[in-house]
Write a protein that binds this ligand. Sequence first.
Ligand SMILES: [Zn+2]
Ligand SMILES: [Zn+2]
Length: 342
Amino acid sequence: MFFAGTGGSVPGPRRGLPAILVRRGADRLLFDCGEGTQRQLVRSVGLADLDSVFLTHFHADHWLGLPGMLKSFALREREQPLTIYGPPGLRDLMEQARFIYGRLPYELSVAELQATEAVERDGYRVAAIPVNHHRGHAFGYALVEDARPGHLDPELAERLGVTPGPDFGRLQRGETVNGVTPEQVMGEIREGRKIVISGDTSPCEALRIAAHEADVLVHEATFTEEDAPRARETGHSTARQAAELAREAQVRMLALVHLSIRHSASDCKAQARAVFPAAQVPRDFDTIEVPFPERGPPQLVRWSERERGAGESGVGVENGGQVDAPNGDGTAGADMEPVAPR
Ligand SMILES: [Zn+2]
Ligand SMILES: [Zn+2]
């Protein structure tokens, strides 16, 4: 999960508007596309050939970067089709934005999702979670992988009379071979990975259920606890509320995003960690690597570490986890006009 923009409402000096790029195998999914997202991507991992964009809702800070990005894809002579998913109202929005992006040389599909509807992909699905944000529809998204079959025990299978080779494959696909059933020789089914992205929301029961035992919950934290009444009025969450939800849902890692320029990231982190120690506050361009559960916990990889690692060894992703440099958290912009959160 690559964080292209971790701010909310208005961009700050260090935090762009919401956009998270999820890379899974060859798939490239973008969740939200705030103004400036393509520039953020070009400056970091490159303007990936996305196959899908999922919008959480239609406040401008979450989608205004999309028309420009569609246009850039056109100028780059993209041919690969692209699908935009979002809540009801998406078709109108995209129709109105058409005068900006014009005719495209690639196929653009627009798919309005209903609450709880899931997009089925190869090996996983992305489900829309209805969240509590404003009068219109607003979604969070849960990316849930299919469960994986257990490991085949080759010695046991041979002992029971199955010959190594194609018959092992048949067992792994669920067939019975020479009277030996898969249950006899296969270990337990292993859960796939799950990541949940809240979008903008006040604390939300549907989200808590969807996030149950997720590997990573990316949750908005527009306010610190002092502004809890404002959070309630505007349909947002405090860092502490996000942490409480993470604790109740028993997620493995909480990543706070949609940070306001009015609050410091270190305050958000401290308030969240008081409730849920595995809370992180990614900065723009940070990555969270999400391994299969049996290969260890999710890891926050700082962009600075990744850059340094890349300079030294050409890889550098592996050695950067858990690094939590003290700089860069002072994003509260005292000289900026307070703005209403969107
Ligand atoms: Zn927002
Ligand atoms: Zn909003």
